[in-house]
Design a protein around this ligand. Structure first.
Ligand code: NAD
Ligand code: TYD
Length: 349
């Protein structure tokens, strides 16, 4: 079947992996990447697919309702996979307004454009919203987030994502829009902007810069290789039940400080330094405000209903990831020039 799929945020970290997967796997689909190219969006991430006939790029702010509506018309969009967002918790603490604007108003603008363009004909249509496990709040030492866990967001980022999830469900309940939502745990892999823990720390180890560990480093995150997230989205898009929510996670929990020490050892080894010698760079800094203690996803629904499992063990995924950042110094230099230094000084000095 032919499909015209609008992917928003396709020039970002997860979006670029998803676009690459869809463009290569489905030559009959037309993949339209709508991205506003904020600091986090980079067309370099898609160099290997930009020439493909079944790929188009359109620079557009998802909040620009008029323009978004025109994109639906121009490309006869029948499916949306919505990833565009402001995505970094620390930035949301500095500037909550832009998170409400992009994540809430932007999602609303897309929902309204889909509703208006599809105009009640929902056959073979889907609005797939990509969300986060952070909407569920924070766990204690025990338990996992399931699809039935109540929403309890704590950061402006997670509050804005929770709000967008509610709007997506409201469009399903009120107007019958065919929707699917997935909530995923922390992703890692290539092309991630180095404001997030893993690429930031790899880059700082390479450059012998301090490694700013928030609080005591005891917070726990559940890490999933980004390509496995993209595989899950592909599967849910094709086989998921309309109206349903799917949790995606790797059953791969790490205390920050333990993860950091593993990364240090591996980077040291690859760089020919004494293994563990870069631990001297660890610097404990003031904790993040409202820092969620633990995230952990129960993705058994996705496994039992659709047969999805992570394809990579963490050991292999993190090794690949570290090697990618070491082999792609130009990419890193490119994204850390300009505005990045101002951001870094603001957050860490
Ligand atoms: P990212 O910050 O790397 O990329 C976001 C992309 O959205 C960028 O390309 C940016 O240019 C674009 N964008 C931002 N504002 C826009 C606007 N107004 N109009 C159009 N495009 C805009 O984010 P990511 O880590 O790839 O996350 C993608 C999605 O997945 C987000 O919705 C995020 O909440 C969700 N998610 C992320 C993770 C994670 O670990 N990174 C985990 C679970 C869910
Ligand atoms: P991050 O990658 O920002 O993802 P999220 O906050 O969405 O989970 O952070 C992952 C964990 O690492 C989180 O507990 C905060 C911590 N962290 C630090 O200790 N230092 C840092 O400089 C950053 C960016 C994160």
């Amino acid at each position: 079947m032919k499909r015209n799929i609008l992917v928003t945020g396709g020039a970002g970290f997860i979006g670029s992996h998803l676009v690459r997967l869809l463009v290569n796997k489905y030559p009959k689909y037309h993949i339209i990447n709508m991205d506003f190219l904020t600091y986090a969006g980079n067309l370099e991430n898609l160099k290997d697919v930009e020439h493909k006939e079944n790929y188009s790029f359109t620079k557009c702010d998802i909040c620009d309702f008029k323009k978004v509506k025109q994109v639906f018309l121009d490309y006869k969009i029948d499916s949306v996979i919505h990833l565009a967002a402001e995505s970094h918790v620390d930035r949301s603490i500095e500037d909550p307004f832009s998170f409400a604007q992009t994540n809430v108003m932007g999602t609303l603008s897309l929902l309204q454009a889909a509703k208006s363009y599809w105009n009640g004909n929902f056959n073979n249509k889907v609005f797939y919203h990509v969300s986060t496990d952070e909407v569920y709040g924070s766990l204690g030492d025990e338990g996992l987030f399931t699809e039935n866990t109540n929403y309890d967001p704590h950061s402006p980022y997670s509050a804005s994502k929770a709000s967008s999830d509610h709007f997506v469900r409201a469009y399903s309940d009120t107007y019958g829009l065919p929707i699917i939502i997935s909530n995923c745990s922390n992703n890692y892999g290539s092309f991630q902007f180095p404001e997030k823990l893993i690429p930031l720390f790899i880059n700082n180890i390479i450059n012998n810069k301090p490694l700013p560990v928030y609080g005591k480093g005891e917070n726990v995150r559940d890490w999933l290789f980004v390509k496995d997230h993209a595989r899950a989205i592909d599967l849910i898009l094709h086989k998921g039940k309309l109206g349903d929510t799917y949790n995606i996670g790797g059953f791969n929990e790490w205390k920050n400080i333990d993860l950091i020490k593993v990364i240090i050892k591996k980077v040291d080894r690859i760089l020919g330094r004494e293994e563990g010698s870069s631990e001297k760079l660890i610097t404990y800094v003031t904790d993040r405000a409202g820092h969620d203690l633990r995230y952990a996803i129960d993705s058994s629904k996705l496994k039992n209903e659709l047969g999805w499992e992570p394809s990579l063990q963490f050991e292999e995924g993190i090794e690949k990831t570290i090697k990618w950042y070491l082999d792609n110094k130009d990419w890193m230099d490119n994204v850390t020039s300009g505005e990045y230094q101002d951001y870094y000084n603001k957050i860490y000095n």
